[in-house]
Design a protein around this ligand. Structure first.
Ligand code: FMN
Length: 385
């Protein structure tokens, strides 16, 4: 196995999460990924973390984390479609108190930001998902731990002080799937987040180009060693009958992740999933499909409140969260941004990324005149948005 160095360690550590800054060269105030910044420039936005992470990660790790599928049209579209939506400002509302708490699957959370399942955190930090779990604790965020983590689900759970959900890839071997679910449940995971949108790796060209320099990583949940992302087992078989089978014995709520087509969402609601995630896997599955935010209102209309809906793919600002909640989401997940936080600042970097987003969410709520999450509805969207 290639070694992964501790390049993702704390920068400017003494001041803690609030003092994270970039040790690089001179630059400007609104950086793009890869753009150089002065060493003492504070990291104040998620794009700052992205730019800082690009400098720290190996080329193979950067290609793995940042890439999408094929021509990355859907990857770009996730951001463009969120940016295109306009919010409607609201004046003269008393916004002294803003409450970002939400209740999800019966649990009260201080904010609606979850950490999406992402594989291969060892590329970003030597303590891999154990460091992420600590960061999730600091951020008071639910971590959805990937099947293809570099640390076992037991180790991740042990490091966590906030609830952990287990993301499940349903491989073709039912015995292995059942054993994994039972391990996750025994470890104390609070939900099973079953990924529906990724039966195979479709044209991951950016990753493929770095194949020769990819390290081999351990994937203890599957008992394999492989390149970033794992992919030791076939999961092409997974269908609705398998979902029914899992429901027949699993003890934890089921969250179905990766729905874009309203017909699929309708089917999932009929089959009694406990929640669903509208997601296109951060633009890593079907390229030229719609942006996740374009699918969200269609799915929400079709599901019509039967099942809570979560949203991911492209969330980078507090305003993005308001837009997702306006279109029917109960909460959002972030993927790449917290991994960039992990790479730049370890657990405190994860914490800082969530804090930035949460602060922005409060600001965006205040400026749209909403003081509680449940008050956010389509009235915050500018007509035609
Ligand atoms: C590098 C990478 C690895 C991922 N690994 C998984 C995974 O193991 N399981 C899964 O369900 N989703 C996985 N996803 C998808 C994320 O859970 C999430 O849907 C996506 O990252 C959200 O988009 P964002 O990165 O723009 O926030 C991965 C995404 C990335 C970028």
């Amino acid at each position: 196995m290639a070694t992964v160095s501790r390049r993702g360690a704390l920068v400017g550590g003494a001041g803690g999460a609030a003092a994270l800054s970039l040790s690089a060269n001179a630059g400007a105030s609104a950086p793009q990924p890869g753009q150089a910044l002065a060493a003492d420039t504070p990291l104040v936005s998620l794009s700052d973390y992205e730019a800082a992470a690009q400098k720290r990660l190996s080329p193979a790790a950067w290609a793995y984390f940042s890439g999408g599928s094929a021509d990355e049209i859907t990857l770009r579209h996730n951001r463009e479609a969120l940016d295109r939506l306009r919010l409607k400002p609201r004046a003269l509302v008393d916004v002294t108190k803003i409450d970002t708490s939400v209740t999800l699957l019966g649990q009260k959370l201080p904010h609606p930001i979850l950490l999406a399942p992402i594989s291969s955190h060892l590329l970003a930090h030597p303590d891999a998902e154990v460091a992420t779990a600590k960061g999730a604790g600091l951020a008071q965020a639910i971590l959805v731990a990937s099947t293809v983590s570099n640390r076992s689900i037991e180790d991740i759970r042990q490091a966590a002080s906030q609830p952990v959900w287990f993301q499940l890839y349903v491989g073709d071997d039912r015995g292995a799937v059942k054993a994994l679910i039972q391990r996750a449940e025994a470890a104390g995971c609070k939900a099973l987040c079953i990924t529906a949108d990724n039966p195979l790796a479709y044209a991951r060209n950016r990753e493929e180009r770095t194949k020769a320099i990819q390290p081999q990583l351990p994937f203890p949940n599957l008992g394999i060693t492989a390149g970033p992302g794992g992919r030791g087992q076939s999961r092409r078989h997974f269908n609705w009958a398998d979902l029914e089978w899992i429901r027949s014995f699993s003890k934890t709520p089921i969250v179905l992740k990766g729905l874009i087509n309203p017909d699929d969402a309708d089917e999932a609601a009929k089959r009694g999933v406990d929640a669903m995630v509208v997601s296109n896997h951060g633009g890593r599955v079907l390229d030229t499909g719609p942006a996740s935010i374009e699918a969200l209102p269609l799915v929400a209309d079709r599901v019509a409140g039967r099942v809570p809906i979560l949203f991911d793919s492209g969330v980078r600002r507090g305003t993005d969260i308001v837009k997702a909640l306006a279109h029917g989401a109960s909460a959002v997940l972030i993927g790449r941004p917290y991994v960039y936080g992990l790479s730049v600042g370890g657990p405190e970097g994860v914490q800082r990324v969530v804090e930035i987003l949460r602060t922005e969410l409060e600001g965006a709520m205040a400026l749209t005149g909403k003081t509680r999450i449940t008050d956010i509805d389509r009235s915050v969207l500018w007509p035609g948005a």
